[in-house]
Design a protein around this ligand. Structure first.
Ligand SMILES: [Zn+2]
Length: 352
């Protein structure tokens, strides 16, 4: 068993190398350009069998597919970011979830935020994770009955579920039982390992959810996540390069790990030691910091078009206006605006 496991990643890496038939060494990433610039500049995925490499916050993906910009029960938002790419199982899950959400009364479907870049990897702006095609953000706003135009998808503001000027409190005028049902539905799929929501939303679920509480433990409190929630899938079966996360602790999570968020500790400014030397500027992640396969993923040939790598299973489509829409890409100097409703705490709680 151990031998089989040990040899598989090597075999996979060799297969990748053969499939890509490219020479690594003198390409752009040897020059020390940050990995986020290289992965952020990729327009299309690596054409290969779907394989996530590494972990959610340090990895990449080969063989990602795009969710169509439009579907019977979903629309993808912020198309200019080109982050509609994920593992095919992630895309299939999102399409199924979009249908289930409509059944629960969630408008005419879901609005999908960022999934991953075409080859995953670190991003120029916005996320630490979302690197291996197994994370997706869903807006806390249902898809309206009439489709949003590409421009509206760029401009539509996020709606926080929190009360303004009040510490970690869900706004009762905005939050409904359907919101709760939709989040619990997302957590209910066996392939979903974690859902991230704002601590105030987790508390609301703990206080008010009267149904089956067996999946509440998958719903994890974290800062932000008040205008969208985040779906994280576990590593797919057979994805030997995918580094799994620790299992969530048993129980519904409505315990002291949640109470911690309502103390001052996570929100306090970090304590400064007057004698400490100034911390060195953190070095940008390099391709060499990622799993070895990621250099090959970056260098691999892509499909001939976006359409060729678009998932086609549930009647999704790309209106010509959407696919023709090209907005300026984000750069390191002009990052996309990230909603910051609450301050970022100093530390993360256990089990994040
Ligand atoms: Zn996210």
């Amino acid at each position: 068993m151990t031998t089989t496991r040990g040899s598989r990643p090597i075999a996979t890496a060799l297969m990748l190398a053969a499939a890509f038939a490219t020479v690594i060494g003198d390409t752009a990433f040897a020059e020390g350009r940050p990995a986020k610039e290289l992965f952020g500049g990729m327009a299309l995925p690596a054409k290969a069998a779907p394989s996530p490499y590494g972990s959610y916050a340090k990895g990449c993906i080969a063989g990602a597919v795009a969710i169509p910009t439009d579907g019977p029960t979903w629309q993808a938002m912020r198309l200019s970011r080109n982050r509609r790419w994920g593992h095919p199982q992630m895309i299939a899950l999102l399409e199924r979830f979009s249908r289930d959400a409509v059944q629960l009364g969630w408008g005419s479907g879901i609005l999908i935020g960022d999934i991953s870049q075409p080859r995953g990897g670190p991003m120029l702006s916005g996320h630490a994770s979302h690197q291996i095609g197994l994370d997706a953000d869903i807006w806390f706003t249902p898809k309206p009955a009439s489709p949003l135009s590409p421009q509206q998808r760029e401009d539509m503001p996020f709606t926080s579920m929190l009360q303004k000027n009040k510490f970690l409190t869900v706004d009762r005028r905005l939050w409904t039982n359907t919101h709760a049902q939709v989040v619990v539905q997302a957590a209910s799929y066996p392939q979903v390992e974690r859902i991230f929501v704002n601590p105030a939303i987790k508390k609301k679920l703990c206080d008010t959810w009267t149904g089956d509480r067996s999946v509440l433990g998958k719903i994890r409190p974290i800062y932000g996540h008040d205008a969208h929630f985040h779906i994280r899938m576990r590593c797919p079966e057979g994805a030997t390069g995918c580094k799994p996360q620790a299992a969530v602790p048993p129980g519904d999570g409505c315990d002291k790990s949640l109470a911690w968020w309502f103390t001052k500790e996570p929100w306090a400014a970090p304590k400064k030691d007057p004698n400490a030397k100034p911390a060195p500027k953190p070095r940008a992640m390099q391709v060499s910091d990622l799993p070895k396969a990621c250099a090959m993923v970056l260098d691999a040939r892509g499909p001939s078009s976006e359409l060729e790598a678009t998932y086609q299973a549930s009647g999704g489509f790309m209106p010509t206006t959407a696919s023709a829409f090209v907005a300026p890409a984000a750069t390191a100097d002009q990052p996309f605006e990230i909603p910051a409703v609450v301050p970022v705490p100093a530390a993360r709680p256990a089990g994040w």
